[in-house]
Design a protein around this ligand. Structure first.
Ligand code: ZN
Ligand code: ZN
Length: 181
């Protein structure tokens, strides 16, 4: 940097960062903050006199609601449209969770007593394309076959049988197989 200039270049990039555009949907944030869900990292908005802006951000509030979507998933050769919720913020931010329609087994091959949801994640460059599914908004997701029930890890093995009528009412009678008919 040289100080030889007769006057400062007021809008030079070294002095003033370009101001980002305001969000069109809220009075309190820039477009970048709302587009990338960075409210927690953003400066607390203030009124022009410097008092803190107290009202909740409508963009942040809207994003807290999971978005309902459907996703086409094929397992065991059966393709089904499954309802899912896309979480834009919170613990599950960036993930989608389906409804509970999957059968799962523990490492000791015990069947999970209840149907489990499937977690869906954003594909990476090296994601196996066979694991990629597409949702109703045209977005790509990667199937994850790990699940949990009562803190026990399970692995999704297929569709839960009889998910339509009585998903949880069947008491585990013959858990080692040997179904008495
Ligand atoms: Zn906004
Ligand atoms: Zn805002």
């Amino acid at each position: 940097m040289t100080d030889d200039y007769p006057f400062h270049e007021p809008f030079g990039p070294e002095y003033v960062r370009p101001r980002s555009a305001d969000c069109p949907n809220c009075p309190c944030h820039t477009q970048g903050v709302c587009a990338e869900f960075q409210w927690l990292r953003a400066d607390r908005p203030t009124y022009s006199d410097g008092t803190p802006y107290e009202k909740p951000c409508p963009c942040e509030q809207a994003a807290a609601e999971p978005v309902a979507r459907t996703v086409a998933i094929e397992l065991d050769g059966i393709l089904r449209m499954i309802a899912a919720k896309y979480h834009r913020t919170g613990l599950l931010a960036g993930h989608m969770l389906t409804e509970r329609v999957f059968r799962a087994e523990s490492t000791s091959l015990d069947e999970c007593p209840v149907p489990v949801p499937m977690g869906l994640f954003r594909p990476k460059e090296d994601t196996d394309p066979r694991l990629v599914v597409i949702d109703s908004a045209g977005e790509k997701w990667v199937m994850s076959f790990t699940a949990q029930h009562n803190l026990q890890p399970y692995r999704i093995t297929g569709w839960y049988a009889g998910e339509a009528d009585c998903p949880t009412d069947r008491k585990a009678t013959g858990r080692n197989g040997g179904d008495p008919s």
